[in-house]
Design a protein around this ligand. Sequence first.
Ligand code: HEM
Length: 221
Amino acid sequence: MPARMKLTNVNLLRLFEAPGAGDLGREFRSRLFPRKTLVYSPSDEADLVFIVKRGRLRVYLSYEDREFTLAFLEAGDIFSTHTRAFVQTVEDTELLVTGTAAFQQRVSEIPEVSQAMVKVLGDLLKNSLSTIEGLVFKDARLRLVEFLAAAAADRGRPAGGGIMVELGLKTEDIALLVGTTRQTISTIMNDLIKAGIIEKIDRRTICVRKLDELTAWKDSL
Ligand code: HEM
């Protein structure tokens, strides 16, 4: 895993307490929400920016019965309502809310804001990348495992406590068949080898050690 960039914890709330910050506070109004409240949804017309005063919220995408969490917001974090994400409270929460246009007027005067935005948006991006990766890999895994199980059923012959399968294809060809890259095929194959499910005999031959686990793996994806 690459080294994680640690951002200094910029707490925007401090700005509200700083001397001379009086008029900043006037532009934001406080709103209280009990836990588990859907605070904003993408269909809302309002274009707002908010700072979390206390509590915790979850930012997520929702499609039919599936949800993808993109970020958790905590005290001092900033977010907006003009995104495709839903925002729900996890705990009782207090937000300081203002219009995006009004906020934009003030942004240049408050350098800490951009740092706070980078922190939240970086978190959002990281989780979005993981979500994309998960979706892409999951698909490739499923197709590869299906391919291996079918090859074992068609061409496998019992040998040495397993099923010897001559794939007859190089990794590049399997990648084309499964619709992914050679690197992804290698990664998934290595996961299967590490789990003791398959064993690599040579470039074009594998031995399926645990066919039931291979099938179970497929069903669990
Ligand atoms: C200075 C005030 C701000 C202005 C003028 C502004 C403006 C915009 C505009 C014009 C878009 C594109 C909208 C579209 O494509 O329909 C956008 C998207 C976005 N903004 Fe802002 N924004 C502001 C503050 C913020 C803040 C504070 C955050 C969160 C920290 C934020 C997060 C986002 C995100 C995540 C998107 C992508 C939305 C999506 O495609 O789902 N914005 N913003």
